[in-house]
Design a protein around this ligand. Structure first.
Ligand code: KG4
Ligand code: ZN
Length: 333
């Protein structure tokens, strides 16, 4: 079965062709980063307009790179939420038009299910497992009991971890999105230089909170002045902040895995690209006797292959959505 996946929930226009639920034949992502960078964050109106311009070329490119036409496609999977309504609608309307004109099954996919399944695109992942989805919009721990069956163990009460990275980067004038810049600066810094708080780390709960940490960084920056933070002091701040986030993510994921009684953990979402998080969770999982699954960075950030995979399982189970499929900005998994 060949599934065309379409993803436009935020600021990336993406389309992918997945064969047999395992083989990514093409995975095209058109980033809008350059258009939003000067505003220091995503401007929803710009995002939806860019999606409109990009969506057909991106789908065409995905089919071309796969060496197929729509004739070979067996089903369409499109993100239906959560995300920006104007952005989601672009993908949904194109998906509906293709599905209707071709008489193909169409399924609406929860973007978070896509992230949960992304590790499975890199190879077999044991189920049950505990999966951490950590991105610019979400920080959530799921007990995955079967493909299609996800129990939310806990999520963030305020900011997502990626949002904290982006906001700290903005305070430092490092541009948007900030996670990758902080990751790079932190590599040369001392993780122990500044002791930032680790909110909710020792609480017996699977919930997260990052706004207090963000405020602590803001207070620290105000105390020394953003201009004064250059060279070593900037590297140390980046490393110390990143270490606080990573401590929380690693500890809570491992604890959740033990409590759920699973033997495997997986991490997905844009922050799963973070080099320190990848290293620390790999080391810690090994010590705890847990197997760890980290997709390659291109599958951690938003992509349509993960949407196609979720769609593959749904279509295989025979539960296509009707054509009144609509975008939903808030959509729990
Ligand atoms: O999954 P994603 O592409 O989009 C959302 O669904 O949010 O994640 C984007 C987030 C941004 O907050 C970005 O700063 C963060 O992932 N990110 C990183 C790194 N690369 C991307 N955060 C920390 N370290 C990185 N290397
Ligand atoms: Zn995402």
């Amino acid at each position: 079965m060949i599934i065309l996946g379409i993803e436009t929930s935020c600021d990336d226009t993406a389309a992918a062709v997945l064969r047999g639920g395992t083989e990514i034949v093409s995975n095209v992502i058109s980033s809008q980063e350059a258009y939003h960078a000067k505003y220091g964050g995503i401007v929803p109106e710009i995002a939806s307009r860019r999606h409109q311009e990009n969506i057909i070329p991106v789908i065409t490119e995905a089919l071309d790179r796969a060496g197929i036409t729509l004739d070979a496609v067996d089903g369409i999977a499109v993100t239906r939420g959560p995300g920006l309504i104007g952005s989601l609608l672009v993908g949904i309307n194109v998906a509906k038009a293709i599905a209707w004109s071709r008489g193909l099954p169409l399924v609406g996919i929860n973007h978070l299910e896509g992230h949960v399944l992304a590790p499975h695109l890199a190879g077999p992942v044991p189920v049950p497992n505990v999966t951490l989805v950590v991105s610019g919009g979400h920080t959530s721990l799921y007990h995955v009991t079967a493909i299609g069956s996800y129990a939310l163990l806990g999520c963030t009460r305020d900011d997502a971890a990626g949002e904290a990275f982006d906001k700290v980067a903005k305070m430092l004038g490092l541009g948007y999105p900030g996670g990758v810049v902080i990751d790079r600066l932190a590599a040369q810094g001392d993780t122990e230089a500044i002791r930032f708080p680790r909110p909710m780390l020792n609480e017996d709960s699977h919930e997260f909170s990052f706004s207090g940490l963000k405020t602590a960084v803001r207070t620290y920056i105000a105390g020394c002045g953003a201009e004064a933070l250059t060279g070593e002091s900037l590297h140390n701040l980046a490393a110390s902040f990143q270490e606080a986030v990573v401590d929380i993510l690693v500890e809570k994921t491992i604890r959740a895995a033990h409590q759920a009684g699973v033997e495997a953990v997986a991490v997905s979402g844009g922050v799963a690209c973070n080099s320190r998080l990848r290293l620390r969770i790999t080391e810690r999982s090994a010590r705890e006797g847990l197997d760890v699954f980290l997709p390659p960075p291109v599958l951690c950030t938003d992509n349509a292959a993960m949407i196609a995979l979720a769609g593959f399982h749904r279509i295989a189970r025979g539960v296509p959505f009707p054509y009144d499929l609509n975008a939903t900005s808030r959509l729990p998994l």
